[in-house]
Structure formats: C-alpha cells, structure tokens
Design a protein around this ligand. Structure first.
Ligand code: SF4
Ligand code: SF4
Length: 352
C-alpha cells in the first residue's frame, strides 16, 4: 500500500507537523442538523440554555487561546454534533485563524452549512474535516459545497464511512472531486472487512488499511498528554477524548505540570483522531502539514500499511503514579456504521 499522492490545496503554507501544543476541543454541543442512525452521539436536542452554555464555553476557550501569544497552538474542534451551523464556531475558526501564534484551526463537520464565511478566515490556517453522509444530504449539494471550498482555497479533506451501501456514492464522489482533494474512508465501527472488501475501499483511499483494524496501543507512546490534549467546555484537560483521567484544568494552568510522555492505558485505539498521534505509527509523516484536518503530505511518503494490529515494545514512560488509570474507551469521531434515513432536524436558534 502506498499513501496517496495528494497535492495540498491552495493556501497550504503549513508546517510539516503541528508544533507547540495541539488541542482537541469538545464543548457541550450535542445536537446536529442530521440524524444519522449510526451516529453514536448527537441524538440530543440541545436546549437554548445548553446552546448558550456551549457558546459561552467556546468563547472562553477562544479567548484563552487568543491570549496565549507566547505559545504555538493548533486546534481541532471535534463537537459531538454539528458546530458550523452555529455562528460561534464559524466565528472561532475565523478569529483563531488570523492570530499569528495559531498554527492551524480545523473542525469536523458534515458540511451542511454555507461556506462563504470562510472568505474572512486565513485560509493558510483554517481547515475542514468533512464527512459525507449519504442519505442525509443530496449528493449534488455536498459536492457543490466541496467545489465552493476548492474555489475559496480552503484546506479540506472529505470522507465517508466504509459501509457497503456507501460504496457507489463514495466512488462517484471520488471521481468528481479534484484529484488534490483527499477522500478518506473510515472503517465502520464494529465491522470487519474481508480482504476483498477492504481492497475495494483501499482503491478509493490508499490509507484505508490504517482504519481497517483497531490499533493495539497498550503501553505504547502516544503524543497525547504531552504535545496534544483534549479540552472540554469546563476547561477540563485529558490526554485524549478516550482516556477519562483528568490532567488538570486549562484555565487555572494546572494541566501544565501533568504534561509529559506517557504510554496509552487502553488496549486499542480505533479512532483516527486518536491513533494519528501514536508514535509507533508513521502518520505524522503521512499527514505532514495536515495532521489535524487529515490531509496527507504532498508528495506523500510511502509506508507499508499495517495488515493487522501490531504490538510494539513499551517505551520508558512517566512513573506509574503519573499514568492515567485505564478507562473505557469513549466514542469515535462522527461517522460510525449503518445507513441513514433522510431527515434534517430543526434546531433551536440563538442570536448570533
Ligand atoms: S454522524 Fe455526524 S452528521 Fe451524522 S448525526 Fe452524528 S454528528 Fe451529525
Ligand atoms: S486512546 Fe489513542 S489517543 Fe488516547 S492515549 Fe491511547 S493511543 Fe493515544
């Protein structure tokens, strides 16, 4: 397997890897304008009060990030629901992208909303991780949104969940997208693939073998907890979205003394936003310059794909007392198994 040869889109003045501190932010927002039956979250209808709390939390976070002028920061918003239908997420992307100490600011999105607002962002830094959900949006509309992003020179990747019923739509999308746009495929949660099935998806996404199997991660060095952290709406810092042990709080600075190299306390890591940071995988090189928004380097270096979860020897780590206790894995990024019934939700509104 060779990673795809994908040219970075216009406006890619990217560093090869996120430097400084990378933050995965997930606030209280949990509603979405789509209703994918396979969605492991976003099944809640946020009240107006919760939306206000989400906005306040996000504004607190962006205020903190804006003030950290002595530190290089990169941010990926990974909301439980859809953020870009909310003005405060759009505003956060635009404002953070314009700050000199922000290396990259990206968000996971279903791309249901308009895109023109991105013209106000620094498009060297703002980026989108877009998921196409067949059954939730007409193919033509989704493709049209991708075209808008290309015309604006916005960095973006596009992906689908690797379900058989998505295959033809994914092929159609791949054929229609500009060759420089990377189309990723996520293995459906709980689904195993025969070699023949995996081959069909790998034809579309040469990096699919990285998603096909969960990655054995127990005790292996992972950049999370050192140069990558997860932050929630209260500012609680964890190493990643999947390990619940708290490292401190962002706003009182208590997280800083907890940062350091540490092994993964879980048996496996099966979500791209997690295992991309595993030091035993070559994904910082594969995605050099586009780790957060999942855009491979151009030209992409060639690496052998993992055929199955492989264990590697543990490395020297923080003392056991400093290691997070094992905790159940959390959830995956938007995109799990199954087929969607078309339905667009009406969402409560807040003033911009
Ligand atoms: S999978 Fe994504 S787009 Fe679909 S309902 Fe969940 S959050 Fe919304
Ligand atoms: S669960 Fe994944 S992201 Fe979290 S520490 Fe383990 S390998 Fe790293």
């Amino acid at each position: 397997m060779r990673p795809p040869s994908v040219a970075a889109p216009a406006g890619s003045g990217a560093p090869t890897a996120p430097d400084g501190l990378t933050i995965l932010y997930r606030g209280p927002l949990a509603s979405c304008d789509y209703d994918c039956p396979y969605c492991p979250f976003a099944k809640r209808r946020d009240s107006v009060e919760r939306l206000r709390a989400d906005r306040a939390a996000l504004e607190r976070f962006t205020g903190w990030a804006a003030g950290r002028t002595g530190e290089r920061l990169s941010v990926l918003f990974t909301p439980w629901g859809e953020g870009l239908v909310r003005s405060w997420y759009r505003r956060a992307l635009v404002e953070l992208s314009r700050l000199p100490h922000i290396g990259r600011v990206a968000i996971q999105t279903n791309l249901s909303g308009r895109t023109a607002w991105l013209a106000d962002a620094d498009r060297d830094k703002a980026a989108l991780w877009c998921t196409y959900h067949p059954g939730q949006t007409p193919y033509g509309r989704f493709l049209g949104r991708c075209r808008e992003l290309s015309e604006l020179g916005v960095r973006f990747s596009v992906g689908v969940v690797g379900l058989e019923e998505h295959l033809e739509e994914a092929r159609r999308l791949r054929a229609a997208l500009p060759s420089e746009v990377y189309l990723w495929v996520n293995a459906a949660e709980g689904r195993s693939y025969t070699d023949e099935e995996a081959g069909r998806w790998t034809d579309l996404d040469p990096l699919f073998p990285y998603s096909r199997y969960p990655h054995a991660s127990a005790g292996l060095p992972c950049r999370t907890g050192e140069s990558v952290i997860s932050v929630d709406g209260d500012g609680t810092v964890r190493r990643c979205h999947f390990v619940r042990t708290e490292l401190g709080n962002l706003y009182d600075g208590s997280y800083r003394r907890s940062l350091g190299p540490r092994g993964c306390p879980l048996q496996v890591c099966d979500c791209h936003i997690g295992y991309v940071h595993l030091e035993t995988l070559p994904l910082y090189d594969v995605f050099a310059g586009g780790v957060l928004e999942r855009i491979p380097a151009s030209p992409a270096p060639a690496f052998p794909a993992p055929a199955a979860p492989a264990a590697a020897p543990p490395v020297p780590l923080l003392p056991a007392s400093a290691l997070p206790a094992p905790a159940p894995a959390g959830t995956a990024a938007p995109g799990g198994p199954a087929r969607a019934a078309a339905a667009r939700r009406t969402l409560p509104l807040l003033p911009p």
